[in-house]
Design a protein around this ligand. Structure first.
Ligand SMILES: [Mg+2]
Length: 285
C-alpha cells in the first residue's frame, strides 16, 4: 500500500530576465513524496495575487484526501471532482493540475517510463516549438524585429508577439507589417492580443493585419466571452485561439458547440490536469 508522505510547495520570486527584457512571474511548484520514496513534481498556473491561495488549496486538497490509499491520477481526478462539486474555477483547477501532474510523475517513475509512453502508444517524436517575444517596456519595431531574428537563431520554429502592447491599433498593424518583412512568410508569426476590453480593437486590428497572414490570432477577447469570440471569428479570416485561462471540460465543450474558435490552447498547469487535457483532446478530435 502506498500513500503520500510529504507535500512540499514553492512560490518562486518574481525577477527580471538576465537580459532585462521582461519580468518573470512567480511560479508555483509542488513535490509529492510517497512512502516508497518516489517523488513527483507538478506545476500550478498562477495569476497575480493568488499564488498563496493556490498553494493553500493544494495543501487543503491533499489533507482532505489523506485517507485515500494507493492514490492514482484517476482516483485523484474522481475525488477532486467530487470535492469541487461542479464549481472549479481557475485557482482550484491550477491546484488540481499540479497535484495530478505530480501523481503522474510518480506513476512514470514507478514504471520506469517517460509519461508520454504511459499515456499513449501514438505519441509524437517531435513537436514544433515557438518563442514568445514579450516585454513590459515599449520596444520599437526595429528592436522587436532584431529580437525575433535573434530568437529564431536559437532554433525556434515560429514567433509570437503582442502587437497591442504599448501600441495603438494602427501602430500595432505597422509593427506586424515590419516584423513580417523581416521574417518573411515561411516563419509562422502568431499574434497574441491578450484580451482587449473592446472587441472593436480586435476587429480593427484583424482587418489591418490579415494581409500579413498571421499564423493565429490569440485571445482577441477573454476566453469566457464565447459569443464575442464567435462574432470575431465570423468577421475575420484569421484563426482564433483561446483557452489558456479556462478550465474544466464544460467550458471547452460549450465553446466548441458554438464553433467560436479554431484552436484551443489550454494550459496544462491550469486546465485541471493531464486527464482534463486528454479529455479535451478527445472532444476536439
Ligand atoms: Mg496568450
Amino acid at each position: 500500500m502506498t500513500f503520500i508522505r510529504k507535500v512540499e510547495t514553492w512560490i518562486t520570486k518574481s525577477k527580471q530576465t538576465e537580459d532585462g527584457w521582461s519580468q518573470i512571474k512567480p511560479f508555483i511548484f509542488l513535490k509529492l513524496t510517497n512512502n516508497d520514496g518516489f517523488e513527483g513534481w507538478g506545476e500550478a498556473f498562477s495569476l497575480p495575487a493568488r499564488e498563496k491561495g493556490i498553494v493553500e488549496i493544494i495543501h487543503n486538497l491533499m489533507s482532505s484526501l489523506s485517507h485515500v490509499k494507493d492514490i492514482t491520477p484517476d482516483r485523484f481526478y474522481r475525488e477532486s471532482n467530487l470535492i469541487a462539486d461542479g464549481h472549479r474555477g481557475i485557482d482550484f483547477s491550477a491546484a488540481t493540475s499540479a497535484i495530478e501532474m505530480s501523481l503522474w510523475d510518480i506513476e512514470g517513475k514507478k514504471e520506469k517510463k517517460p509519461l508520454y509512453k504511459i499515456l499513449s502508444k501514438d505519441y509524437r517524436e517531435k513537436v514544433p516549438v515557438y518563442a514568445t517575444i514579450w516585454s513590459e517596456d515599449f520596444k520599437n519595431d526595429e528592436i522587436l524585429s532584431s529580437r525575433c531574428i535573434e530568437t529564431l537563431s536559437d532554433g525556434y520554429g515560429g514567433i509570437k508577439i503582442y502587437p497591442l502592447q504599448n501600441r495603438t491599433v494602427e501602430q500595432a498593424a505597422t509593427c506586424v507589417s515590419k516584423i513580417r518583412d523581416v521574417l518573411g512568410y515561411k516563419i509562422p508569426l502568431m499574434l497574441d492580443l491578450a484580451c482587449p476590453k473592446d472587441t472593436n480593437i480586435s476587429l480593427n486590428l484583424a482587418s489591418l493585419v490579415e494581409e500579413f497572414r498571421p499564423h493565429w490570432f490569440e485571445e482577441p477577447v477573454d476566453g469566457e466571452a464565447t459569443r464575442s469570440l464567435k462574432d470575431i471569428r465570423e468577421k475575420t479570416n484569421l484563426r482564433i485561439v483561446s483557452g489558456e485561462k479556462q478550465c474544466g471540460l464544460n467550458h471547452f465543450i460549450e465553446t466548441l458547440a458554438l464553433d467560436a474558435v479554431d484552436i484551443f490552447n489550454p494550459d496544462i498547469s491550469g486546465v485541471g490536469g493531464i486527464i482534463d487535457l486528454i479529455k479535451n483532446n478527445q472532444i476536439i478530435s
